[in-house]
Design a protein around this ligand. Structure first.
Ligand SMILES: Nc1ncnc2c1ncn2[C@@H]1O[C@H](COP(=O)(O)OP(=O)(O)O)[C@@H](O)[C@H]1O
Ligand SMILES: [Mg+2]
Length: 252
């Protein structure tokens, strides 16, 4: 941990199970008496949610898309992530920069060196011992074959610009996630997301218990939400109250 808070990001292709387990983890940390902020990217602030609507809804070239994603991230870092970490909270973030490398880099073919430059530029923050590049303390990657994700999503929600992409796009996105893991393996927990929900949940819990961040006595009886309310899945609302539901084109 680089601060007294805990910064956790959740990654994986659309339909991999991120929202399902973020909700359950928020309950687990709350049961342990922790203050939790659940947020998402792109989005998480009023400004970034407006950018999200454009990123997910409007056709644009890969560079425009990458710049908007990082602009949204800068605002989100300054307005939500850094303040929550300073307050010592657990910050659960549905996607962060690995998604940009996976979707805009590997998926869309945008230049990875430029993404690395933007990552350093946007995520450099002030610490007590000087500036550093903010990264999650842990990234939970739900690794799922694109065909299985597509089956899970079929009929569950109206696809956005990314969800409507063909399976080959999601295979490139998955490869992009793998490259990010290989570049920084200690930061990642790779979860086999093709198992039944409760088995996935147990693997997720293990990653947190192993690091000493969750205590088994608080989580041993907890289950992941068995069958989320289809209404809430459709809106995928952000829990920190900063989203503009009217502009929300659906989950990424
Ligand atoms: N392990 C699982 N097995 C079967 N269905 C699952 C599993 N995990 C999640 N789902 C379902 O798959 C769909 C996508 O899950 P969700 O958590 O919304 O994924 P994401 O947020 O990664 O797009 C939801 O309908 C969810 O209930
Ligand atoms: Mg989701």
């Amino acid at each position: 941990m680089t601060n007294k808070g805990l910064f956790i990001s959740f990654e994986g292709i659309d339909g991999a199970g991120k929202s399902t387990h973020i909700d359950a983890l928020a309950r687990a940390f709350a049961a342990q008496g922790k203050a939790v902020t659940s947020t998402r990217e792109p989005g998480g602030t009023a400004l970034a949610e407006r950018l999200r609507a454009m990123i997910l809804g409007d056709p644009m070239d890969p560079m425009t898309e990458a710049l908007l994603v990082f602009a949204a991230r800068r605002d989100h870092l300054q307005q939500v992530i850094e303040p929550a970490l300073k307050r010592g909270e657990v910050l659960l973030c549905d996607r962060f920069t690995d998604a940009t490398f996976a979707y805009q880099g590997s998926g869309r073919g945008f230049d990875l060196a430029t993404l690395c430059y933007l990552e350093r530029l946007v995520q450099t923050v002030k610490g007590t011992a000087g500036d550093f590049v903010r990264q999650p303390d842990l990234t939970v990657w739900f690794d799922l074959a694109p065909e299985i994700a597509a089956q899970r999503l079929a009929g569950a929600r109206v696809p956005d610009k990314f969800e409507a992409q063909p399976a080959a796009f999601f295979q490139r996105v998955s490869d992009g996630y793998l490259q990010r893991l290989q570049a920084d393996p200690k930061r990642f927990a790779r979860i086999a997301a093709d198992q039944p929900r409760e088995a996935v949940w147990q693997d997720v819990l293990r990653a947190f218990i192993q690091r000493g961040w969750l205590e088994p006595k608080f989580t041993s009886k907890m289950t992941v939400i068995a069958d989320p309310d289809p209404q809430s899945m459709a809106s995928d609302s952000c829990d920190n109250g900063c989203c503009n539901p009217g502009a929300d084109p659906g989950p990424v």
